[in-house]
Design a protein around this ligand. Sequence first.
Ligand code: SAM
Length: 241
Amino acid sequence: MSNATYRNHQHYIDEGWSNEPKETFKSLLNILKKRIGEDCSSVLDVGCAAGELLGFLSTEFKECELVGVDVTQSLLDVGSRLLPEAQFTRASALELPASLFEKFDLVTSIGCMSIFNELEINAYWDNLYRVTKPGGLIVVLSPLNEFGVDAMIRHRKRPDGSPGSWETGWNIFSRETIEELVADLGARLELQRFQIPFDIPRREDPIRTWTMQTQYRDLQLTNGLKIMIDHYFMIVHKPQK
Ligand SMILES: C[S@@+](CC[C@H](N)C(=O)[O-])C[C@H]1O[C@@H](n2cnc3c(N)ncnc32)[C@H](O)[C@@H]1O
């Protein structure tokens, strides 16, 4: 089986930050207000793309140190231009630099977990845990499966009618797998389902999500992989030492 890599990032560069904060960011902020109030002196966003979440959080948490990591330098360059007060570092979520260990009150990773497969998922969570201060908070947003099934999904598009390269980005782990993994780290996983509050139309890129009506839900997220996408916030408090 050929390797699959994440490639669907160009729209973060072409479209820049949205005028209105994303619904996922607003829901995240509600979670943060209940958990940490205004009390956040350092945040790391893993898979930060062009720094849009850090920009949003900077308006809420004043005087907060803002750090973003991503593997794609062109995204970090846009982030540095749009949010010069933040620090952007090129690094993989699977191998975060030791200089970041136990440095952050808050670690976020939105829409990134589903890039990683069954051989990578432990390293992803290990790394998020390592960079969080004891007593700090981790919040991850990703689709989860509620039927006890881990689905590792590769896809390829056919731009201009011929097959492109195999891509990743839509692996869907079961809730149980992530619960066990977080328990092995010495913490407890809390889940909060994210519900998109409005209709999203289909766009040209079949990988971008849109909403459809089903028997169970008026606003079910799906995409051109023909999967049902149910995003959850995964909330983990790292215990004090
Ligand atoms: C779906 S995008 C989410 C971007 C952003 N968090 C948001 O919510 O708008 C996934 C991001 O993960 C980044 N990424 C892919 N592989 C990564 C890795 N191994 N480590 C860190 N970031 C990665 C991509 O470059 C991309 O910016």
